[in-house]
Design a protein around this ligand. Structure first.
Ligand code: IDC
Length: 628
């Protein structure tokens, strides 16, 4: 007993000593072992979370290419330097072409080093030119991810995040919406995701989006098969010349999980002109810290951890990672990292304190000028907002008389209240919120008031920060729809007559509905995923009990015997699901995709109390499992 006490005392003293030696910088996060604390990350809804379900935000740097600046990231001490500055993740940009450095052993070292340091490691298959991930020069992808994921799972590393393709960009259409690029990405996912899912089923995987990782509308409109993996979609941002895309991130955060796996404080050449744009950085940081339509805490990696000649680089030289050796970009990031968890909320209040009512027995309409109060990032995202300093249209409040002091794009329809105002001149990525009071929960038929200028514009509708669009089976697979033209002739203003239309999906036939999961006060968000010439109102039809759609129910789970006595138990599921079993200490002892029906499971893990969770695309059920 006494000996034990002395040893502990000695250990504590030594610990303090080590602490004092290593702790030369003020950043208190240096001693955090994020991986031990957070474990294997996973998604809960759209939010990246720790193993036990707490929201997390990964923040750090992306390396540059090893062929150019390798000596900043080919040793444990390099990542230790990054960690000391406050990063909890390092992205390893493994260029494939341009003299790239495809080297699994180096990647394994990076995983080991970062793991020892308690950091997450984002392994980036850095395609860039050519921009098609299926290009022959990238044929090694499948093998690379097979070997890596096998090794990761076998070695028990929990700190790996896979980024399967940086910035897909085969730009053949010259159209901002590049459907062919999304087709290429989907084809590539079909090759890579099953390989990772097979070896490392609970993995967190980042999937690229068209237009150099910007067009988040595609996973909303035309979802991929995720093979049960925790898939997030990447958004890249350069603050000097890409502010016109920020709304896309802010909007999409209500619909899909997103990850800013690369961003720089410069123009998109990485700062060839030497400029650094911190204001744009502040705008991005607000969105990542939670001021977005989905209240999502968004993880990020800054470009770049290198002493590259361009102004996006963080360092003056490799090897010295003291604050004094940081360049302007590095100093800005250090300031962000030092803020610690800096989560913001984007809650808003109802216009003039009176929520619009969605009635049970009568049709209801949303008057679009009655959007919420509290301004930019909270009640709306508007590119022409005065506080935003990025006037995309060169006009404020184009055409609108109501709420002139704000710049939300109100136009007039010339029709009666509540359709007098419309949202016109809307730019892709903008959104508005409405506090509504819903009389009864349920799935409502809805229509949109449109004119002839609406031309397949893409939009999303969310309730309390989650997609609310469901199909006739109650599934929320499709998170963006298209608006139809009213088709009603030409009016004097050339916009045509307004009329009620039903939105549609390009990828699935049938009707779509809006689901309110509960009655009472909630916020309805409308996000415009493409530029739009006028949405007049939304109509929610009276709930019709005879054709009301039933909400898809939770997966049914039966477990027996419970307590488990002889090391085996049975589970029956109403649909295919992912089953994981976690001990009270947070150790995951079982994690597999299980088919529907009856299954027998070997539970030869230590006696104790476990949480058994069953996850399908639409539901998640948790049960207590006792092993004797
Ligand atoms: C740039 C580097 C530059 C290098 C070039 C190679 O800064 O030194 O010569 O790649 O193609 C990205 C890419 C990233 C770019 C970066 C800056 O993911 O590879 O790095 N950027 O241009 N997307 C947008 C910007």
């Amino acid at each position: 007993m006494k000996r034990h006490f002395l040893l502990t005392l000695l250990a504590c003293l030594l610990g303090v000593q080590v602490f004092a030696l290593d702790y030369s910088n003020e950043n208190s996060s240096y001693n955090n072992n994020y991986v031990a604390e957070w474990g294997q990350l996973k998604l809960v809804g759209n939010q990246l979370c720790s193993e036990n379900g707490q929201p997390v935000q990964l923040r750090g740097w992306s390396t540059h290419g090893k062929q150019w600046h390798g000596s900043c990231f080919d040793g444990r001490e390099d990542f230790e330097g990054m960690k000391k500055l406050g990063a909890n993740i390092a992205r390893i940009a493994m260029y494939i072409n341009e003299g790239g450095w495809v080297d699994l052993n180096w990647i394994k070292d990076c995983v080991k080093w970062t793991n020892e340091l308690g950091m997450y490691c984002l392994v980036d298959w850095h395609i860039l030119t050519p921009g098609n991930p299926n290009d022959g020069s990238y044929n090694g992808a499948e093998n690379f991810f097979r070997e890596l994921s096998q090794w990761v799972k076998q070695s028990g590393y929990k700190n790996v995040v896979y980024e399967i393709c940086n910035e897909p960009n085969e730009d053949t259409e010259g159209d901002i919406y590049r459907p062919n690029v999304w087709k290429q990405i989907k084809e590539y996912c079909e090759k890579i995701l099953p390989v990772i899912a097979n070896n490392d089923p609970g993995a967190v995987v980042l999937v690229g989006t068209p237009q150099w990782d910007k067009a988040l509308v595609f996973p909303m409109e035309d979802p991929i098969n995720t093979y049960g993996l925790n898939v997030l979609y990447t958004f890249h941002h350069y603050t000097c010349d890409q502010q016109q895309f920020l709304g896309i991130l802010s909007s999409a955060a209500a619909f899909v999980p997103v990850f800013v796996s690369e961003w720089g404080l410069t123009e998109d050449q990485g700062g060839a002109d030497g400029q650094v744009c911190e204001d744009g950085g502040d705008n991005l940081m607000k969105i990542c810290n939670g001021e977005n339509l989905g209240n999502q805490k968004i993880s990020w990696c800054n470009w770049s951890w290198s002493p590259d000649g361009r102004s996006s680089s963080a360092l003056n030289s490799c090897g010295n990672y003291s604050e004094g050796n940081l360049r302007q970009s590095g100093k800005y990031i250090l300031k962000q990292l030092r803020k610690g968890d800096n989560f913001l909320s984007s809650s808003s209040s109802p216009y003039q304190n009176s929520p619009q009512v969605i009635k049970e027995t009568e049709d209801s309409y949303i008057a679009l000028e009655k959007y919420d109060e509290d301004g930019q990032n909270k009640a709306f995202f508007e590119y022409d907002d005065k506080g935003w300093l990025f006037d995309i249209n060169g006009t404020c409040n184009a055409g609108g008389e109501a709420r002139k002091d704000e710049c939300v794009d109100l136009g007039t329809t010339g029709k009666e209240e509540p359709f007098y105002y419309n949202l016109g001149y809307v730019v892709a990525g903008e959104w508005v919120k409405y506090t509504v009071n819903v009389e009864k929960e349920g799935i409502y038929e809805f229509e949109t008031y449109t004119n002839n200028h609406i031309d397949n514009n893409v939009f999303g509708i969310c309730v309390d920060g989650e997609s609310a669009i469901v199909d006739e089976n109650g599934n929320d697979t499709y998170k963006a729809l298209k608006l139809r033209t009213s088709g009603n002739g030409d009016a004097n203003d050339g916009y045509g007559e307004w009329g009620w239309t039903t939105p549609y999906s390009q990828h699935k036939d049938g009707k779509f509905y809006i689901r309110f999961k509960k009655a009472g006060i909630q916020t309805l968000g409308i996000s415009f995923m493409s530029s739009c010439a006028g949405l007049g109102s939304l109509k929610f039809k009276a709930l019709n009990p005879t054709n009301n759609i039933s909400v898809k129910s939770d997966v049914e789970v039966r477990v027996w015997p419970n307590p488990v006595e002889n090391g085996n138990f049975s589970i029956s599921l109403s649909e295919d699901a992912k089953v994981s079993i976690v001990s009270c200490q947070g150790v995951c002892v079982f994690d597999k995709n299980i088919e529907k029906g009856e299954n027998s499971i070997n539970a030869s893990f230590p006696a104790g109390v476990y949480m058994l969770s069953v996850k399908t695309e639409n539901s998640s059920v948790v049960k207590k499992l006792i092993v004797k």
